[in-house]
Each structure stands twice: as structure tokens, then as C-alpha cells.
Design a protein around this ligand. Structure first.
Ligand SMILES: CC(C)(COP(=O)(O)OP(=O)(O)OC[C@H]1O[C@@H](n2cnc3c(N)ncnc32)[C@H](O)[C@@H]1OP(=O)(O)O)[C@@H](O)C(=O)NCCC(=O)NCCS
Length: 194
């Protein structure tokens, strides 16, 4: 995976009803370590990293690259959203496409924060990369992630076996271009009038 490529980054903070999405800062380091060391967060992601290794390796400003959003609630980081480009992917259908990932601290699960934040991040993506689809891979056993993917508009491309588990590849088509929709409506009205 690599970053999204040439795009203005970080964007102005994105405010939703309850959250702020912004680029990572030095003050997020402890929350990043908590996220990466959490066994619950990594149940379906190959297991957590040891905390002492993370304390040594995580840079002062973690994960700063185009497409890496910190999600903040009341001034503190609760999650990380990753939009990366899957240059080479084990599934050909995903190669070259933008790929969505999400990790939230367990205390922030079950409030709709992940759905609210991912919707905002996808809205940013649609503006920055108009007409591009987004893919998402998750274990089918990861029920919360599967529910979230469906809520965000991802539909199944295929299931496959990897890392000793069944995986799900979903795709979210780009939203219709409002100008194209308007042009189609005008054309069909014109046809009906004839
Ligand atoms: C995947 C993950 C982000 C989902 O988090 P989540 O909090 O369950 O997801 P949502 O934001 O969609 O919240 C959903 C729940 O909040 C509840 N909720 C409570 N208040 C709500 C509100 N105001 N608005 C919307 N939903 C609300 C919903 O009923 C819903 O419950 P349900 O899914 O049981 O129906 C989280 O489980 C996680 O970080 N897991 C570890 C990392 C991981 O596995 N990532 C996937 C690989 S990319």
C-alpha cells in the first residue's frame, strides 16, 4: 500500500456533528500506541504489536501521510482512518484503487462514531478524487466491520481466503456526478416532450 499521491494535505479539519477529522499531530502519539497495542482492536488484524516496541518505534508525529486521518472527539483522538492506494493487491479487482481502513479505540465503539467519521472521510475523498471508487477488505468474521462497510455503501466484489481466514472485498462506486445526473434528466425530459 502507498499513500494516495498528489493531493493537498493535510486538509482543513473536517467537522461532523460530533467529531473532527484532521491530520495526525505530536499530541496523538499516546493514542496511536494505545490503538496499535490493543488486543481487541487487532482481533481480526493479525494481533497487536508489543507496547514496548511501539514506544521505541512510533515517531514523534505518527502516521503523517495523505489519506491518514485522526478522528477526534472532545479534543482527544478516538480513531484512525486510512485511505491508501493499493498499488499491488493480492486481488486484481483492488489493484490501483483507493482502499479504506478504520481503527477505533474500543471505548469509542457502539456510538456510530466510525460511521460518522468514515462518511466524512469518503466525502473528502470524493471531492479530492472525483469519479474514483474505493475498495475495502475485511475478515467476514469481523461483524462490526462488515456492518460498517455495508452502512458506508460498500457491496461485495468477492470473498477469498488469506491469512488463515475468509476475507471480504467490497467496493463503493463513486457517487454520481451531479452535472451528469442533471444532463441525463434534461435529455430524458427533452425526449419525453417530443
Ligand atoms: C470496525 C469498527 C470501526 C466499528 O466500530 P463501531 O463503533 O461498531 O461502528 P459504527 O460507528 O458503525 O457504530 C455502530 C453502532 O453504534 C450504534 N450507535 C449508537 N449511537 C449511535 C448514533 N448516534 N448513530 C449511529 N449509530 C449509533 C449503532 O446502533 C451501531 O450498533 P450495531 O452495529 O450493533 O448496529 C470497530 O469495531 C473497530 O475499530 N474494530 C477494530 C479495527 C478493525 O477491525 N477494523 C476493520 C479492518 S479495516
Amino acid at each position: 500500500m502507498s499513500d494516495l499521491g498528489s493531493v493537498a494535505w493535510p486538509p482543513e479539519p473536517i467537522r461532523t456533528e460530533r467529531l473532527v477529522l484532521r491530520g495526525p499531530e505530536a499530541r496523538d502519539r499516546a493514542a496511536f500506541i494505545e490503538l496499535l497495542a490493543s488486543p481487541e482492536v487487532h482481533t481480526y488484524l493479525g494481533g497487536p504489536r508489543p507496547r514496548d516496541a511501539l514506544e521505541r518505534e512510533v515517531p514523534a508525529v505518527p502516521e503523517r501521510w495523505p489519506g491518514s486521518f485522526v478522528v477526534e472527539l472532545d479534543g482527544a483522538m478516538i480513531g484512525h482512518i486510512l485511505l491508501r492506494r493499493a498499488k499491488e493487491h493480492r486481488r486484481p479487482a483492488a489493484a490501483g484503487k483507493a482502499d479504506l481502513g478504520y481503527l477505533f479505540l474500543p471505548r469509542a465503539w457502539g456510538y456510530g462514531y466510525a460511521a460518522e467519521a468514515c462518511t466524512a472521510a469518503l466525502g473528502w475523498f470524493d471531492g479530492a478524487f472525483p469519479g474514483e471508487p474505493v475498495v475495502l477488505a475485511t475478515q467476514t468474521a469481523n461483524a462490526a466491520s462488515m456492518r460498517l462497510a455495508a452502512k458506508l455503501g460498500f457491496t461485495e466484489v468477492e470473498r477469498f481466503h488469506a491469512w488463515d481466514a475468509e476475507q471480504w472485498l467490497g467496493l463503493r462506486p463513486p457517487p454520481p456526478d451531479p452535472q451528469a445526473v442533471r444532463a441525463r434528466a434534461l435529455t430524458s425530459r427533452h425526449r419525453t416532450a417530443r
